[in-house]
Structure formats: C-alpha cells, structure tokens
Design a protein around this ligand. Structure first.
Ligand SMILES: *[C@@H]1O[C@H](CO)[C@@H](O)[C@H](O)[C@H]1NC(C)=O
Ligand SMILES: *[C@@H]1O[C@H](CO)[C@@H](O)[C@H](O)[C@H]1NC(C)=O
Ligand SMILES: *[C@@H]1O[C@H](CO)[C@@H](O)[C@H](O)[C@H]1NC(C)=O
Length: 409
C-alpha cells in the first residue's frame, strides 16, 4: 500500500523537525558545539566530565557546573571549549603540571564564570598569560598543587587577570622544595606575586599548610587591603610579625595548629590594633607559665571572639599539673615561671628577673629568721663542720710555706 505523496512529505518534515528540536536542546546555543547526550559536555571533554545545572554550594543554588573530577586529563586543551554558560568550573585531581597560555581560549568570554577550582593537579607554573576571560571570577581554588615560586620560572603576575577575585585558596599549594630550602626568597616572591597580581578586592585568603614559620616582613599582606579573613592553619609559625592594621577590615585570623607557645607582646599589640578580630589559636603547643600572662590578659579583655577556647590546651605548664588543661580553666596566678626555662625572648626577660628577685628576697628573709631562732645550734654546728676545714687550711698553708722555703734555697 502506498501513501499519497503529500502525506509522505509531511511525515518526513515532521521527523526532521523533531530531530532538529532534539539537536537544538543538546547543542550550544551560541557556538553550536555538539554536546554529549549523557554528560552534557562538548566532545572535547571526551565523556570524562559532567556539564549542566546542579544544586551547588551550601544553599544548593541551581548552578551550571562543568565538572572534571578524576577525569585523568594530563592536558588542559579541552578547557578552551568550556560551555559558555558555565558558572562553576571544577577541574580537580588531574595532572596538568604547566598550564598553557590562555587556557580558557582567547575569545570565549565566560561572563557567567564565578568560581574556578583547579585543586590537586600537580600544577607547577602559572604564567602571566595563562588566564584570560576571568574578569568575573570571584573565587579561585588552587589547593594541593606544586606551584614554584623560586626554583622554576617565577611569574609574579600569576593571578593578575582575576580582576574581581574575592577569595583565593592556596592551601598546600607550593613546591615543598621551595618552601624548605629557599624560605626567604619564597616569602619575598610570594609577597611580590600578591602585589603584582593586584588583588585589591580580595577578602579571603587561605594559606594553610604551606610550611610558613614567619613572614619576616611586616607589610606581607599590604597589597591586599580588603582582606577580611586570613587562614594560616597548620603552618609552623611561632611568631607573627605582620602589621594587621594594613587590613582595616580584618575580622578573622586563623592561627590554629601552629607552633605558638604564647603570643609575644609585639604580636599582641598588632592583634589588639584590629578591633573585634576573631582569633583561633586552638591546637598550638601552648606553654602555660608566666610568659602566657600577657596573652591571657589580652584575651580576657579582647573585643574580638576567641574560637574554640576549650581547645587552647596547655602543652607545657608550670606547675606541671596544668598540662592538658584548657588555658581558660587555669587561674592566672597559676601561670608561674620556670627558673630553668630555655632562654626567654628579650622582652620576657625583665619579668623573669623580677620573679627571680622576689624569690631570692623571700628565701633570704626565711633563712635569716630560721638562723636567728636557732642561733645556738647553728653556731655549734658551724664549729663542728668547719673543724676539718680549718685543719686542712693549716696543713695546706704549711705545705705552701715549705715549698716556698725549698725554692728559696
Ligand atoms: C563533581 O564531580 C564529582 C565526581 O563525579 C562529585 O563527587 C562532585 O560532587 C561534583 N561536584 C559538583 C559541585 O557537582
Ligand atoms: C562580567 O559580567 C557582566 C555582567 O554579567 C558582563 O556584562 C561582562 O561582560 C562580564 N565580563 C567578562 C569579562 O566576561
Ligand atoms: C579553629 O581551628 C580548629 C583547628 O583548625 C578548627 O577545627 C575549628 O573549626 C576552628 N574554629 C573556628 C570557629 O573557626
């Protein structure tokens, strides 16, 4: 049985329209790239990523996420084809080493892109011209990489195209070799990077787990005056010599899990110069003796918040019964000084001397009273004890005379 010609033409047209409709739904509205039906991503992503709207963040906001997690990519060329509607790019646990110039292409204009996460990709270098079209990115995450700031090519303008950056996460982000062996240059190059990148809008900086001991530069954060939170968790810091007044909006300073035994007077005056600063010192090897007093009194009258107070535990203490207690369970009169302590810092010395002096005076007075009340016994004891000494003294002076006499002969 044959269909009339007009009916056949009609059904072909309907089929074609249906196919067209399906293709339109899965192809890029602006650029016309084919999208993989299962993953939603362009073909260049080799079926290894997911592209599409998913609930995102703590508020589960529907967001267009391009997600290449564990995609086993050793190259970033596909990123030139990131879907134009991408708001969040997650490209984590791959192996990139050195990033290309213009990894997001030259003209793509990712105007919706606000978050880029490139964690754990063994990234070693980011060149000044690596990122383009990132003007609207507010959050960049580069945790767990091996960025060289000394050894290999050093590119101080690493983040310079991120004009709107508000949050930068650099947890465990730098080459261990640079951190270990080239500490001074590592720190000064890092300060240059922040400065050259013009991070004037940055509000949150995470520099946790980077082996810092100290910044050795009061103006280390000077180029980021809008900072509100700085995380320096799990470094090796025992001192903080940074001028915090350069960041007038600073609200939170996380110094947890470092090596602070207490806060030095200079550090305290820097911290107290920022009204209402929230401080986290939990997980430090706190030394609860008289050198802790300044810190203790500062914290009592601090206008800021003190995070996880109960975790501010004494690692060393005098008296030693206080080891393991929370600093705030201890009566400040029980923060005593050890006389045999290792050399305290210069500004702590006068406190030690005053305490030492007082102990000496008290001991002297007690001794005098005891001696006076038992003066008889003491006198006879002294005579008995000194007898052999006196005899020996006589002998030895005799001996000496004999020798002198012999020599004169
Ligand atoms: C990205 O993909 C990984 C692995 O498929 C998944 O665990 C993660 O939740 C995804 N993230 C988002 C924001 O969709
Ligand atoms: C940033 O976003 C605005 C508004 O969404 C847009 O007009 C502008 O073109 C975007 N800039 C870039 C470089 O994509
Ligand atoms: C303080 O630091 C500890 C250890 O890093 C962390 O577990 C805790 O959440 C922090 N507290 C606040 C309030 O940030």
């Amino acid at each position: 049985m044959l269909l009339p010609a007009s009916a056949m033409v009609r059904s072909v047209l309907v089929m074609a329209a249906l196919v067209q409709l399906c293709r339109a739904r899965i192809s890029d509205p602006q650029l016309g790239f084919e999208r993989n039906k299962v993953t939603g991503c362009p073909a260049e992503f080799q079926g290894a990523c997911h592209c599409g709207v998913v609930p995102y963040g703590v508020d589960h906001v529907p967001t267009y996420v391009t997600n290449c997690t564990n995609a086993a990519f050793d190259d970033s060329t596909m990123l030139q084809h990131v879907p134009i509607e991408t708001e969040v790019l997650i490209f984590v646990n791959n192996e990139l080493y050195d990033l290309h110039f213009n990894i997001f292409g030259k003209e793509s204009g990712l105007s919706q892109l606000h978050t880029v996460d490139l964690s754990n990709n063994h990234i070693q270098t980011i060149k000044g011209r690596t990122f383009h079209n990132v003007n609207n990115v507010t959050k960049l995450v580069l945790n767990d990489n091996d960025l060289y700031v000394v050894s290999k090519d050093f590119h101080p303008r690493m983040f310079s195209n991120f004009k709107s950056l508000e949050e930068l996460q650099l947890r465990n982000a730098f080459s261990d070799k640079d951190v270990r062996e080239k500490t001074d240059r590592y720190l000064s190059n890092l300060a240059d990077t922040f400065k050259e990148s013009g991070l004037v809008n940055l509000k949150a900086l995470d520099l946790s787990e980077n082996g810092f001991t100290d910044f050795k530069n009061a103006s280390f954060f000077q180029s980021m005056p809008a900072l509100e939170t700085i995380a320096l968790r799990s470094n090796k810091m025992s001192n903080l010599d940074v001028d915090l007044t350069l960041m007038p909006r600073l609200k939170s300073l996380d110094l947890s899990n470092n090596n602070f035994p207490f806060l030095r007077r200079a550090t305290l005056s820097r911290i107290s110069a920022v009204a209402g600063l929230g401080l986290n010192l939990s997980g430090n090897p706190l030394r609860c003796d008289c050198r802790m007093l300044d810190t203790y009194h500062y914290l009592l009258k601090s206008t800021g918040s003190v995070a996880d107070k109960e975790e501010w535990r004494c690692y060393e203490a005098n008296p030693s019964e206080n080891v393991g207690k929370s600093l705030f369970e201890i009566d400040p009169r029980d923060l005593q000084c050890e006389l045999k302590a290792d050399p305290p810092a210069a500004h702590d010395l006068h406190v030690s001397y005053i305490v030492l002096g007082l102990v000496g005076v008290i001991f002297g007075v007690i001794l005098a009273v005891v001696v006076f009340r038992h003066r008889r016994q003491v006198q006879s004891l002294a005579l008995r004890v000194s007898e052999p000494v006196r005899n020996k003294f006589n002998y030895s002076s005799l001996d000496k005379k004999d020798i002198e006499a012999e020599m004169e002969v």
